[in-house]
Design a binder for this molecule. Structure first.
Ligand code: GLN
Length: 240
């Protein structure tokens, strides 16, 4: 078995070490004897082919970088939309999350999105910054992370990734964070999200493997004592 991961614009969308997520996806496959190939698509690359890709990763970036990425990705709107609709896995963080929606409205301009999700983002007053802890009903581990965004995302009838136990999430009063849609996981949680949340990483990998190999059942268990202890420590530090 093999999973191909495409890292979109690592040269622009790379805040807080989003690359750690790619390493984590790859390692947790290799540790189970499953092949993993990572390809990067940067600003200098001409073609765009996701036909044999299993997981697309989009990290976070500043508004300026987001604008550049969006002007390029918009050319591949249909491919990316079909990819998600047909069960391809997308992991999108912060700026990448915002780009999956209809638009991101800033004070003096609006960045058009890929419309993979029926959501929109508006710049609000001040930034929502800090540690965040979520409860998600599809895994048995709290999701811990860090958020830093000026945009407020309105997800309409979409299912959030988790309920906010500590922190902000999609917007100040939502009580909800991110979106889960088909095999798309979109979230404001930055940086090494997946190393901190091994069950979330395995959820993403399981979906990708099931999509590619319909007979695939479940991932072999790994010894996550260290990861789980760290996750639990942070969760308990903020949620009593
Ligand atoms: N530019 C976006 C915002 O501030 C996303 C920033 C980010 O990726 N941290 O809302």
């Amino acid at each position: 078995m093999k999973i191909k991961i495409m890292h979109l614009y690592p040269d622009l969308l790379n805040l807080y070490g989003d690359r750690g997520n790619i390493e984590c996806l790859k390692r947790r496959l290799i540790w189970r004897g499953i092949d993993a190939e990572v390809v990067c698509h940067t600003c200098d690359d001409k073609g765009f082919d996701i036909s044999d890709v299993d997981i697309v990763f989009l990290g976070g970036g500043s508004d300026r970088e987001q604008k550049i990425v969006c002007s390029r990705l918009i050319e591949h709107k249909k491919e990316l939309h079909d990819f998600a609709e047909n069960g391809g896995s997308i992991v999108a963080v912060c700026g990448g999350y915002q780009l999956l929606g209809k638009y991101y409205r800033l004070e003096d301009e609006t960045i058009e999105g890929l419309e993979i999700l029926d959501i929109y983002t508006e710049q609000g007053k001040g930034r929502l910054i800090g540690n965040i802890v979520l409860e998600a009903d599809f895994i048995n581990q709290k999701i811990v992370g860090f958020e830093n965004h000026g945009g407020r995302t309105y997800i309409g009838s979409h299912t959030p990734m988790g309920k906010v136990l500590y922190g902000y999430g999609n917007e100040e009063n939502a009580g909800a964070e991110g979106v889960i849609y088909k095999n798309v996981v979109a979230t404001y949680l930055h940086g090494p999200l997946l190393p901190k949340n091994p069950e979330l990483c395995d959820y993403i990998l399981t979906n990708a493997l099931k999509h590619k190999y319909p007979d695939f059942d479940k991932l072999e268990k790994l010894d996550d004592t260290l990861e789980s202890t760290a996750n639990n420590y942070i969760a308990e530090r903020f949620v009593k």
